[in-house]
Design a protein around this ligand. Structure first.
Ligand code: GLN
Length: 462
């Protein structure tokens, strides 16, 4: 089919279902024009890449010149970026057709999209349930067939956990494998951009487009990467599971994990063994401190990153009655522009970084981070990949965890360690939980730079 047909079909689908799903904050009005020009280029004999003409949904944390970029926040309502994020630029160059911007928790803080300033996204599997977060919009768009491919960002699980609860594939690449330039920063040492798709091969094709060195991101790795799509094809074809050493992380199962999530996971482990994988249990003793360390490091970095929303440089400005000093304008703007979760984290982070508390909180958290990295090093000395359920529960109901931040934070228990260590992780669907009929994902983690291994193993399992 032509790019115009593919694009039109997805625009129609959005028109049909998005009033219910609310995956999109903005739908492109130039997508069809872009698609037409791709068709013309192809008709004129130009060699285009494998994803040319395919619609792509983009999480609103990534800045775009032709659509507003709000990061789910009121403070950036209507904000137009003067430049494209590198991943957006590369997607356009590969001929992908940007179809719209997807909903997310404000500044990517959350696990349910309930913290979006523009209302939540609903899970296409059950409209009374959350689609995960923070990238619930991208995952729901892919799950609801509103887009075949999407981009997300993952700071503590925001690609993998939404993939888990929507039955899609989500990849958090190695830290530095994909450029963060133009991704509105949450926590710069943890953030990573990656694909959300329906198959592992699709994700590989997309990572091949967006990945690789970017001089505009000082933490971007200069590695020459193998093709992730080729790795996925190899995995789907060959017997890569034979002799593969797979570690089951003891700390990421059992207590706190929903019965149906655990049973699907156990079945997958049995299947892996049947296919010739060597499965052993490995322990990561410091993972129990991962969420605590994360909720010091993340707010600390976020409080610093969000200082730029000062009513002068970007977005909204609220003028208090009678004028006001610079500080009063700033305070009024931040009071009106930020939601409650963002304020909570700014306060936490500012506290953790303040003189006298820095060593006790931020310093200790950084030490825990090192211990978690060592847990991974020790584990990967024994096994090729580590596996766990991608999250402890299936999609929960709206409101269930909204009043209890700790309960919300703990939904990321399985995904956070990979961000703290900078290693890559993928979530692939492994069926539905028997008790509620909702999707369950398997998380696979590999050592730093071994993204291709994830695609190989992920494609063999899906
Ligand atoms: N849910 C986690 C948080 O609230 C992860 C967010 C993310 O990965 N962006 O911080």
């Amino acid at each position: 089919i032509s790019a115009v047909e593919a694009t039109q079909a997805h625009l129609d689908r959005i028109a049909d279902v998005d009033t219910d799903v609310h995956a999109f904050l903005h739908v492109s009005d130039s997508a069809l024009d872009t698609a037409r020009s791709i068709d013309e280029r192809r008709a004129s004999g130009e060699e285009l890449g494998p994803l040319a003409g395919i619609p792509l949904a983009v999480k609103d944390v990534l800045v775009t010149t032709d659509m507003p970029s709000t990061s789910g926040s009121r403070i950036l309502e209507g904000y137009m970026s003067p430049f494209d994020a590198t991943v957006v630029k590369r997607s356009r160059e590969a001929g992908l057709v940007l179809i719209g911007k997807t909903n997310m928790d404000e500044f990517a803080m959350g696990s349910s999209t309930e913290h979006s300033a523009y209302g939540p996204t609903r899970n296409p599997w059950d409209l009374g349930r959350i689609p995960g977060g923070s990238g619930g919009g991208s995952a729901a768009a892919v799950a609801a067939f509103e887009a075949p491919l999407a981009l997300g960002s993952d700071t503590g699980g925001s690609i993998r956990q939404p993939a888990h609860v929507t039955g899609t594939v989500g990849v958090k690449p190695t830290y530095g494998a994909v450029s963060r330039y133009g991704a509105i920063a949450l926590a710069s040492s943890l953030d990573q951009v990656g694909p959300v798709t329906r198959t592992v091969l699709d994700a590989g094709l997309l990572q091949d487009v967006i990945g690789g060195h970017d001089p505009f991101d000082s933490t971007s790795l200069t590695d020459i990467w193998p093709s992730m799509a080729d790795a996925a094809r190899e995995g789907a074809r060959g017997d890569v599971l034979k002799g593969l050493k797979v570690g089951v992380v003891r700390e990421l199962s059992g207590e706190g994990f929903q019965a149906g999530v655990q049973s699907r996971f156990d079945e997958t482990v049995a299947l892996l063994q049947k296919q010739g994988a060597e499965v052993l249990e490995v322990s990561a003793p410091h993972f129990e401190y991962a969420v605590s360390a994360y909720y010091l490091i993340l707010p600390a970095e976020a409080s610093s990153n969000l200082a730029k929303f000062d009513s002068v440089r970007f977005g909204m400005r609220v003028q208090p009655e009678g004028g006001g000093t610079v500080e009063q304008v700033m305070a009024a703007t931040r009071e009106a522009g930020f939601g409650p979760e963002v304020k909570r984290r700014i306060i936490l982070g500012t506290y953790a970084l303040s003189a006298g508390y820095y060593d006790a909180y931020y310093g200790s958290a950084q030490k825990v981070r090192t211990l978690i990295q060592r847990d991974f090093d020790a584990a990967f000395a024994q096994v090729d990949v580590l596996i766990s359920p991608s999250a402890p529960t299936t999609a929960f109901k709206f409101g269930e965890k909204l009043e209890d931040p700790m309960a919300m934070y703990l939904n990321d228990i399985a995904t956070i360690p990979a961000n703290l260590a900078g290693i890559p992780g993928i979530s692939v669907p492994i069926g539905l939980a028997p008790e509620d009929g909702l999707p369950v994902g398997l998380q696979i983690m590999a050592p730093v730079r071994e993204d291709a291994r994830l695609y190989r193993v992920g494609a063999a399992i899906e």
